[in-house]
Design a protein around this ligand. Structure first.
Ligand code: DI6
Ligand code: FE
Length: 424
């Protein structure tokens, strides 16, 4: 079906016949519904999806389809279909790059040493502060398009490279703008507590008083904040400092999440769980106490193998303990200029399996259903179920294991976002 270029410069095109009102039945498909509690990813061999006004009306066996006589029929020719991919942890809005630090790490400097010497997050700050909202959108789009080309339909985007109020707001406005210019759902996280900028070096408390808390109030007042995040680490903020930010988030009714136990164990995951956090992310150094707290709170563990790989970390997250405690496991790119300049959720799945020994099913669930859970969006996306947004990915693979097994290969045939098809 001939498509039309949706936007200049991207690598997929919208199906020109698509329209929000269209009733369409996508048949002759092998569905991985990812329905909660189902075995084998909720697979349906001769499956079909009925969509109307951008929503899923039915997803299941063709034999059980309701009357589809007034629907446009699309034959998926036996292809596998998964929910649209969800990248639940990214920092794709930022200026400049940190290739020089990459070289410094190859020369033996650690991520932590570079950060303490004034590099790391702080060095991305100047490059980010120098850009306008339009320029931040422009530099983020190639990263976003690369993710969308692999079937991502929902993405979380954080602030955290502005570290003053105007620049943090600029980053969040740019994140919101991405949703206007691309077929994607963007969920934002305020990450003012990412690092303390040079002008507040050694004065975390003042930075929180002068920037992080008033910045959160302003961003919230402008409707720019879907969640509040923080970096709980020796090179960033203590649990007590994070608690001050989370107290404000809670008073504003905003859910929280936390970069926790990435390089050491400050008890960040336990603190996050005490606030009912959506997720605790990285968690390489998570202990039994933290696992128990996350399980009790229903806090999702978001594993970020790209950062583990890029900084050559040795401590792996306690996957066995997380499984045994019933903690949900999501995976994400953590796409950022410092520890994870990664823009492939498919490669992230391969890394999660190869480095952290997640199973194929855990990887696919981690990049769909569990990613949706980590964003508090499970009622909207992440599985193929009636009532949810019609977000799904159509694959040219013989088996779903190929999505995790291949390294640097994209088998996406097309994807659908809110019922509209985008061909590769
Ligand atoms: N942990 C990370 O890996 C990123 N942020 C964080 O809190 C690193 C961000 C950067 O180095 O630019
Ligand atoms: Fe991160």
């Amino acid at each position: 079906m001939k498509g039309v270029k949706l936007m200049r410069g991207n690598n997929f095109s919208e199906d020109s016949t698509a329209s929000d009102g269209a009733i369409r039945v996508w048949r002759n498909a092998r569905l991985a519904t990812l329905k909660e509690g189902s075995a084998r990813l909720g697979t349906v061999e001769k499956g079909a999806i009925l969509t109307k006004d951008g929503r899923i009306v039915f997803a299941g066996s063709e034999a059980d389809l309701p009357d589809v006589s007034n629907a446009d029929a699309i034959d998926l020719e036996g292809r596998w279909v998964t929910p649209g991919l969800v990248d639940c942890h990214t920092h794709i809005v930022y200026g400049g790059n940190r290739a020089r630090e990459f070289e410094m790490r190859l020369e033996g400097a650690s991520y932590e040493e570079i950060a303490r010497a004034g590099g790391g997050i702080v060095s991305s700050v100047n490059a980010t502060r120098a850009l306008s909202v339009d320029e931040l959108v422009a530099v983020a789009l190639p990263r976003l398009d690369t993710l969308l080309a692999e079937g991502v339909t929902t993405i979380e985007v954080k602030s955290g490279y502005g570290l003053n109020i105007p620049s943090e707001l600029k980053m969040l406005r740019a994140a919101r703008r991405l949703e206007e210019v691309r077929p994607v759902r963007v969920v934002t996280s305020y990450l003012g507590a990412h690092a303390t900028p040079a002008e507040y070096k050694g004065r975390n408390g003042d930075y929180i008083d002068d920037v992080v808390l008033p910045g959160l109030r302003q961003a919230h007042a402008e409707g720019l904040v879907d969640a509040v995040d923080g970096f709980c680490e020796g090179i960033a903020f203590s649990t007590a400092e994070i608690a001050r930010v989370f107290d404000l988030a809670r008073s504003l009714g905003i859910p929280v999440k936390l970069h926790a136990e990435q390089l050491s164990n400050l008890g960040g995951a336990k603190l996050a769980a005490s606030y009912g956090a959506l997720s605790a992310d990285h968690v390489e150094y998570l202990d039994e106490d933290g696992v128990k707290a996350m399980a009790a709170a229903g806090t999702v563990a978001v594993l970020l193998p790209g950062a583990f790989y890029a900084i050559n970390e040795k401590q792996k997250p306690p996957v066995k303990a997380l499984r045994e405690a019933g903690v949900s496991i999501a995976i994400a790119t953590d796409s950022n200029p410092g520890t994870s300049p990664l823009t492939s959720l498919l490669l992230t799945m391969n890394m999660a399996a190869t480095l952290f020994r997640l199973t194929v099913e855990e990887c696919i669930a981690g990049a769909t259903r569990e990613g949706g859970r980590a964003l508090g969006l499970l009622s909207e996306t992440g599985t193929l179920e009636a009532g949810k947004s019609a977000d799904f990915a159509i694959w040219d693979v013989e088996s779903l294991a190929e999505l995790v097994y291949r390294i640097g290969f994209n088998p996406l045939h097309a994807h659908v976002f809110k019922g509209k098809r985008f061909n590769r």
